[in-house]
Design a protein around this ligand. Structure first.
Ligand SMILES: [Zn+2]
Length: 290
C-alpha cells in the first residue's frame, strides 16, 4: 500500500474528527451537519478570482489565477479520494465556476485525471468525485470497456492534456456486467451491437468463481472486469511510456451506489488478474464460493 493511499476508513476518521458527521450525511438526533472545512488556499483562490472579475480582468488573467488541482499522479488520486469522501459523507461542495471563469475555459482545458466509466445514469463521474467543470476528462461506455474510441480518448488526455491519472471506474449493480454473465444463448437474443459490447466483457468475467449470493457475484465480476480493463490500458505503448516517466498512474475503482463510496485498486496485488476461479475470489472468504 502506498504512503499516499487514503482508504475509506481513514477518510471516515478524518471526517468524524472534523465535524462528527455520520456516513450518508445523517447526524445524531437534533444535530446540524457540519460540512468539511474548505481549505484556506481555496478561499484565497476564490477571493483572487472574485477580485479579478471585479476589476474586469481578461479571460487569460482569470484562467491563470486558478491553482492546478493536482500536479502528480499521487495528488490526482488524493483529489479524487477527498472529493468522493465529501460526496459520500453528505458534504459535497458541488463546485461551480463563475461566469467569468466559465468564459476563461475557452482558452483551454487542464483536466487532472481521465476516467473510463460506465454509461449508467447513477454514476455521474464529476458528481461522485465532487469535481468542477474542466477537472475530469471522461470517456463513458457501457461496462467501461477499453476499445478503439475509449483508448484513443485516454491517449489524447495523457499525451495532449497533461493528465496525471487514468481511472477505470466500475460500479455496483452494473447492467452490462450482469448481461455479460448470462448464458450465451441469452446474450444471442440481443442486437449485434449489444452482443459486440458484451463480447468485450465476457472474457474478463468468465473466470469468477461460482458465488451463491447474486450481489457478491456481480461485484466480483465488476471488479474482475475493472482489473482486465486496467491491464488492457497498460498494454498500450503510449501509456507504458507515460507510466515509465512517472507522468501518470493507471488505477481501478469500484463505485458503490448504495453508500456513494469509491474503493480504489492501486497496487499490483489489488489489480492482479485471476488465473483461475478460486484465485479470483480475493475479496471475500472462500466460504461463500460453492
Ligand atoms: Zn454499468
Amino acid at each position: 500500500m502506498s504512503e499516499n493511499k487514503i482508504n475509506r476508513r481513514d477518510v471516515c476518521k478524518t471526517l468524524l474528527a472534523f465535524g462528527g458527521l455520520m456516513l450518508g450525511g445523517l447526524t445524531a438526533k437534533g444535530q446540524t451537519p457540519t460540512p468539511t472545512p474548505v481549505p484556506a488556499s481555496d478561499i484565497l483562490e476564490d477571493q483572487r478570482i472574485a477580485d479579478a472579475v471585479k476589476r474586469r480582468a481578461t479571460m487569460e488573467e482569470i484562467a491563470k489565477l486558478r491553482d492546478p488541482v493536482a500536479g502528480s499522479p499521487q495528488e490526482a488520486l488524493r483529489a479524487l479520494k477527498t472529493g468522493n469522501a465529501r460526496f459520500f459523507s453528505g458534504s459535497a461542495r458541488r463546485p461551480e465556476l463563475s461566469a467569468a471563469e466559465r468564459r476563461a475555459q475557452i482558452l483551454g482545458q487542464t483536466p487532472f485525471a481521465v476516467v473510463l466509466s460506465c454509461t449508467d445514469s447513477r454514476v455521474p463521474t464529476e458528481i461522485v468525485f465532487d469535481q468542477s467543470l474542466g477537472s475530469l476528462f471522461i470517456t463513458r461506455v457501457a461496462g467501461n470497456v477499453v476499445e478503439t474510441g475509449t483508448t484513443g480518448s485516454i491517449e489524447y488526455a495523457v499525451n495532449h492534456l497533461k493528465t496525471h491519472l487514468v481511472v477505470v471506474l466500475g460500479h455496483e449493480g452494473c447492467g452490462a456486467i450482469k448481461a455479460a454473465l448470462l448464458p450465451a444463448e441469452e446474450r444471442a437474443k440481443e442486437t449485434p451491437s449489444i452482443q459486440a459490447l458484451l463480447n468485450q466483457i465476457v472474457p474478463s468475467v468468465s473466470k469468477i468463481p461460482k458465488i451463491r449470493d447474486e450481489k457478491a457475484k456481480l461485484r466480483e465480476a465488476v471488479v474482475a472486469n475493472v482489473r482486465q480493463q486496467v491491464a488492457n490500458i497498460k498494454k498500450e505503448p503510449a501509456i507504458q511510456k507515460a507510466i515509465a516517466s512517472n507522468k501518470i498512474n493507471v488505477v481501478g475503482a469500484f463505485y458503490e451506489i448504495t453508500s456513494g463510496a469509491v474503493d480504489f485498486f492501486e497496487t499490483d496485488e489489488d489489480l492482479r488478474i485471476a488465473q483461475t476461479a478460486y484465485d479470483s475470489c480475493s475479496w471475500r472468504t472462500h466460504l461463500e464460493a460453492v
